[in-house]
Design a protein around this ligand. Structure first.
Ligand SMILES: [Zn+2]
Length: 59
């Protein structure tokens, strides 16, 4: 489930699985779909991330 957070005053949509944040919900949703399916992130998707977590649940 994509969650909405504030990061440095901006709204970000965060993939609940990997924790990467995106400026639009559909990106976050496609990240989460990818993460759920493959148990890892797609570089094609995460390159658009606006927020990168310091600790990642998926190694
Ligand atoms: Zn993800």
């Amino acid at each position: 489930m994509v969650s909405k957070r504030e990061h440095e005053g901006k709204k970000v949509f965060v993939c609940d699985i990997c924790g990467f944040g995106y400026s639009d919900r559909s990106k976050a949703q496609s990240c989460e779909d990818y993460c759920a399916k493959y148990k890892s992130c797609s570089i094609e998707i995460t390159k658009d991330a606006v927020y990168i977590p310091e600790t990642r649940p998926i190694q």
